[in-house]
Design a protein around this ligand. Sequence first.
Ligand code: SPV
Ligand code: MG
Length: 291
Amino acid sequence: MRKTSVDLRSIIADGGMARIMAAHDPLSAMLVQEAGFDGIWASGFEYSAAMGLADVSLVSMAEHLTNMRNMADRTTLPIIADVDTGYGNAINVLHTVRQYETAGAAAVVIEDKMFPKVTSLVEGGRQDLVSVGEFKGKVEAAVSARKDPEFLIIARTEALIAGLGEQEALARARAYEAAGADMILIHSKQKTPDEIESFINKWDGKSPIVIVPTAYPQMTEARAKSLGKIGVLIYGNHAVRAAVTGMQQVFSQIIHDGGIQNVDNKIVPVAEIFRLQQMDDVKANEARFLR
Ligand code: SPV
Ligand code: MG
């Protein structure tokens, strides 16, 4: 497995909670690392948005994988790869897990939605889940496909997102743990943490829980930690939303002002981009190697 500067398993084993931030390209992944997060979420939603597309299984596995590999190349943090449904059935999952592990991911999250999926947080989204039996087969396939036993298989149930209720969510989580998942991601789109807190309080498995509290921002890290069962907290889409906010503000000011005179001191200087591009290294290598 790719050597990382942070070990997710040891953070969780020591009773800690890993804080993971979304990224949609290598530059945003680098900024996640510089900010001090414990890992990178190679989000399907963010990558789809960066491609100008809806998060409904339109981007291919090869595209998302290439982007993830480039993130792995530019950072040393562990990457949790969002592989949606695994891009098909259990046979596709076998291939997907092998590919993402080889490309440098530390973990994959596979969700129990039917392929093609519909993004989770959209109002009135069609949310069809595969049967528990079929998804157990996919989790077993994922576990059998990994080469390094340290590579994490995170099973995600969308039972709450699909409106199937807490009993179904708990039953699915237990079944996926029994199939060999290392962790369970439980997602909710309720505007308050109640639904997730109730699930977590009733969770009787051994696997740590993963949450993505986008819809219920009242769930601070301190509140999540106090529940005692959460191993990973993912900030699911804050890189692409921050990027959109920044570009919308700057672009509209330039249009309004008829020039860049008022934005120049509001955005990072070009020198900051040179730093991120490691231009100093380029110069040093020029001095050393160019004849
Ligand atoms: C993603 O970031 O792609 C996720 C989280 O899967 S969510 O969009 O909230 O479903
Ligand atoms: Mg996703």
